[in-house]
Every structure is written in structure tokens, then in C-alpha cells.
Design a protein around this ligand. Structure first.
Ligand SMILES: NC(=O)c1ccc[n+]([C@@H]2O[C@H](COP(=O)([O-])OP(=O)(O)OC[C@H]3O[C@@H](n4cnc5c(N)ncnc54)[C@H](O)[C@@H]3O)[C@@H](O)[C@H]2O)c1
Length: 437
């Protein structure tokens, strides 16, 4: 199969490289000159474990290439995937579809012969209909089908998720398109991965419903964590006791500073807007959005409280800025709420992140970025762990204590145990567990 991938970001690049690895011929397109130049010169513009080797191998073997020229990629393609961004629209929180529609128009102008246009971007119900209308209007003569194929990969584990997904969802009523999609995902059919064929609208909704449910699960355990703090229970043990029930499952039950990232915040919000517009409001998800927003703000307060209610003139050391480990993605990361709130309260903030510093420098001001956890802790009045990178799980606590002004740790990911911290001589605050929060 010849595949064009429009948009070479976290989803487009991983999907393109994995499709090439399945044996297809893939051309990835991006408007961002710098990104394409980096890829063409053998670099990887994002941090994603294993992606460099996968890209290099498939480029070397002639199945994967990069261009800015959409025409070159689309002209001979059997399938054209749209993997451009769908951020929150300023003002109303609905998904901004301008990149998707612009891509659809560009594709329509140059496509040739029967072409399957596949929306991989996360798009609200009915977007496929509009993409189809745009293409039909631009090229009344064209032979094509518009398919929905939402992506469920997680940053940080993207390649494995793409190659071994829990399921693939394909939304189309077009028989020819179904055959093309079957051929594209053939290796997964052979693996007996569940492939859910459904209507386009249903497929579009599945993606939002899945993300909203996961966001709901996180928000649920976060509220239970607050209750644990109020009544003297342990949220990790509650989560284990609850999650062992197979009907519930133990995943996504880690209490923390609130969900962030490139998907959950914008997708939950967009779904609530779609539902309101459709006259079937999702009050549960509306509440999840509100609770999560408030939680991120409350985390700064938690750090301030750990410093006796005042951080004016104090140094707060932050470990981890990205929204989760193993990515450089800073979109809607809790740190983006927490750091400015600490600064507003008069704190001096020093931070270390293993992969997110470059991006964080663009988004946060007046932060001293340093190159390791021990530099970060130097003379700090409190050390706050916001993202649970593996390298923060086994810190040399003696060393940390010896460089800090006050041995005070706030662990927003519960990666240490209160007993261990007490034994090491730290004041320790965590989320939803007995101890001194
Ligand atoms: N990041 C994730 O973990 C993830 C997971 C599942 C689904 N999604 C969804 O996938 C979509 C893409 O997300 P992402 O994180 O990869 O975004 P991203 O911002 O990393 O990448 C999008 C890319 O598209 C390019 N682009 C925009 N318009 C273009 C055009 N007309 N032609 C060529 N290139 C164009 C941009 O330059 C950018 O490089 C979103 O809808 C998102 O919700 C993301």
C-alpha cells in the first residue's frame, strides 16, 4: 500500500513509521519546514522511546520518507491519513478543525484515482461528513471514501501501542475502503487484534468516549484521594482494593496532580461541547473537567502548605515538568498551572526535567532550569515531584537531604513511601495517604 501521512507530529510520525514497518510505502508530510529538515537529516523532532531506530531502519530500507510537498505524497497514494492537530478552539473549547479542513481541501486538489482519506486526528462526530463535503465540493469528479480511524496510542509507549493495540477502530460504510483498511492493518488482523468496523460517526464518538472515561477514572481516584486525606485512609490501598475487581480494573487509578497532556483536557472539553450542541449534555464529563482544572490549581496550594503556608522568598525545586514520563510533551501539563501559582505566591522556582526542558523554556518564565535532580535540590526549601520519571524513583535521599536547605519533599505521584521518607528524615507530603500532608 502507498500511504501519505499528513501531519508528522506525535501521532503522524509514529503511525507513519509503524505503517512503513508493516511493509507499506509511506510518505510523511508536514508544513513545518524545521521538522521535515530534522527528519531528512536523520534527527527526530520529538522524544519518544525507540522512535529513532524505527525511523532510521525504515528510511534506510526505502519505505519511509519525509516531505513538505503534499502533492508529491498524495498523488499516487492509496490511502491518505490526516493526522494534524485538533487543539481546543480559543473561547469555546470546541475542537479547532481548521487544520483538518485545510488538509482535506489540499488533498482533494491533488488526489488521483480511487483514494481513501482516513481521519486519524481526534475529531468530533460529524467531522467526516464535513471532510467528505469539502472534498466533493473541491473535486466533484473525484473517486474517494472518507474513513474514521481514531488513534489510541499513548505517548511514551507509542510504538508498542501502535503495533499491539487493544483494538483498531475503523468507521466506514464503503466496502472498497474497508478492503483498503484491512490491507493496511493486515499484520494486526494476523495477530488477531480486535478490529471494530462501525459507522463513521460511531467511530468518531468511540475515541472521545474512551478518553473521557479514562479522564473520569483518574478524576474519580483523585477525589477519593482527597477524601482519604480527610478521613485518614490510604488511596493506594483503596485503589488496589477497588481495582482488583475485574469489572473495574486497576489501571488509571493512580492519584496525582490531575490529568494533563495533549489529549484528555481538550477531548473532554470538546465532548462536552458536542453534547451540549446535540442537546444531550454530559454532566458527568462537565464535572470531570471542572474538578480536574481545580485540582491542578490546588496542587500549588499543597506545596505552599507544606512550607507552612508561605513560600515568599523561598526556593521550590521541581522535578518533572512534562505531563507524564517518557515524553517531551508539555501540553496542558499540571506543571504549567503549578509553577506560575508558586511564583505568584513569591517562590523562586528551579526545575529539572529529563526531556521537557526545551519545551518548558518556551512556556514558563523566570524558572531556573538545571541539568539534574541534585542541582535542582540545592538550597531548596522544598522539593516537589510533579512527574514520575523513573530516574526520580531511586534518588539518593542522603544526598538530596545534604544539599537542601530544609529536608521537605512533596510527592505528587506517590512514588515514595511515607515510612521511607520519615526514616530518611524528611518532612513528606503525598497524595491521599496517611502521614503529614
Ligand atoms: N499525541 C497523542 O498522544 C495523541 C494520541 C491519540 C490521538 N491524538 C490526536 O492526533 C492528532 C494529532 O496529534 P499530535 O499530538 O500528533 O499533534 P502534533 O501537533 O504533534 O502534530 C500535528 C502536525 O501536523 C502538522 N500540520 C498541520 N496542518 C498540516 C497540513 N495541512 N499539512 C501538513 N502538516 C500539517 C503540524 O505542523 C504538526 O507537525 C490530534 O487530533 C490528537 O488529538 C494524539
Amino acid at each position: 500500500m502507498r500511504i501519505a501521512m499528513i501531519g508528522t507530529g506525535y501521532v503522524g510520525l509514529v503511525s507513519g513509521a509503524c505503517f512503513a514497518d508493516f511493509g507499506h510505502e509511506v510518505i510523511c508530510v508536514d508544513k513545518n519546514v524545521e521538522k521535515v529538515e530534522t527528519l531528512r537529516s536523520g534527527g527526530i523532532p520529538i522524544y519518544e522511546p525507540g522512535l529513532d531506530l524505527l525511523v532510521q531502519r525504515n528510511v534506510r530500507e526505502g519505505r519511509l520518507s519525509f516531505t513538505q510537498d503534499l502533492t508529491e505524497a498524495v498523488r499516487d497514494a492509496d490511502a491518505v491519513f490526516i493526522a494534524v492537530g485538533t487543539p481546543s478552539r480559543r473561547g469555546d473549547g470546541f475542537a479547532d478543525l481548521s487544520y483538518v479542513y485545510a488538509a482535506a481541501k489540499e488533498i482533494a486538489e491533488v488526489m488521483n484515482g480511487y483514494t481513501v482519506i482516513v481521519t486519524k486526528s481526534t475529531v468530533p462526530v460529524g467531522t467526516g461528513d464535513e471532510v467528505e463535503r469539502i472534498i466533493r465540493e473541491t473535486r466533484p469528479d473525484a473517486d474517494f471514501a472518507v474513513v474514521s480511524n481514531p488513534e489510541f496510542l499513548r505517548e511514551g509507549a507509542a510504538i508498542d501501542d501502535f503495533k499491539h493495540p487493544d483494538r483498531v477502530v475503523v468507521g466506514t460504510d464503503d466496502e472498497r475502503a474497508r478492503t483498503v483498511m484491512h490491507d493496511i492493518y493486515r499484520p494486526l488482523f494476523l495477530n488477531e487484534t480486535p478490529i471494530v468496523f462501525t459507522s463513521r460517526r460511531t467511530s468518531e464518538l468511540i475515541k472521545y468516549a474512551a478518553n473521557s472515561f479514562l479522564a473520569l477514572k483518574i478524576t474519580f481516584i483523585n477525589e477519593i484521594a482527597d477524601l482519604c486525606e480527610a478521613v485518614g485512609a490510604n488511596v493506594q490501598e483503596v485503589a488496589r482494593g477497588v481495582g482488583l475487581d475485574n469489572r473495574i480494573g486497576g489501571k488509571f487509578l493512580n492519584a496525582g496532580p490531575g490529568y494533563g497532556g495533549s489529549c484528555f483536557p481538550k477531548d473532554t472539553l470538546a465532548l462536552t461541547r458536542t453534547a451540549q450542541e446535540a442537546g444531550a449534555p454530559l454532566r458527568l464529563i462537565e464535572t470531570v473537567v471542572d474538578v480536574n482544572d481545580a485540582r491542578k490549581r490546588a496542587m500549588a496550594k499543597k506545596i505552599i502548605n507544606a512550607c507552612g503556608g508561605d513560600v515568599a522568598g523561598k526556593t521550590v525545586a521541581i522535578l518533572g515538568l512534562t505531563f507524564k514520563p517518557n515524553t517531551d510533551d508539555m501540553r496542558d501539563a499540571p506543571s504549567l498551572e503549578i509553577v506560575p501559582a508558586l511564583q505568584k505566591a513569591g517562590a523562586k522556582v528551579r526545575a529539572f526535567d529529563p526531556a521537557g526542558t526545551l519545551e518548558a523554556e518556551r512556556l514558563l518564565s523566570n524558572v531556573e532550569f538545571v541539568s539534574g535532580p541534585y542541582f535542582c535540590a540545592e538550597d531548596a526549601d522544598v522539593l516537589a515531584i510533579i512527574t514520575e520519571w523513573n530516574e526520580f524513583r531511586a534518588l539518593d535521599l542522603e544526598r538530596i537531604k545534604s544539599v537542601m536547605r530544609t529536608p521537605n519533599i512533596v510527592d505528587l505521584r506517590n512514588i515514595y513511601s511515607p515510612d521511607e521518607m520519615a526514616a530518611a528524615g524528611f518532612a513528606y507530603t503525598s497524595v491521599g495517604r496517611p502521614g503529614n500532608w
